[in-house]
Write a protein of this length. Sequence first.
Length: 91
Amino acid sequence: MTIELTKEARAEAIKSIERYFEENMEERIGNIAAGALLNFFVEEIGPVIYNQAVAESQDRLRARIDELDIEVHEDEFQFWRKYDNGRKGRK
């Protein structure tokens, strides 16, 4: 699966890379170079982050599924218990 950024997210990411270089490196980086660096990170490191996010989502879903029987559990054969409890009050 190819990881793609929206046009807006890509533009913001490039601005962020340019600012990072401006504030933390001894030389500036241009728009084209920042875009190339972004492409490299998305292609090289993006899948690692993506796969980790998928694994964490799976873990969360498994935990929710494990709790599902507790959340939606209904006691069985309750009709006569309700009837018998109401009847005991009449005696």
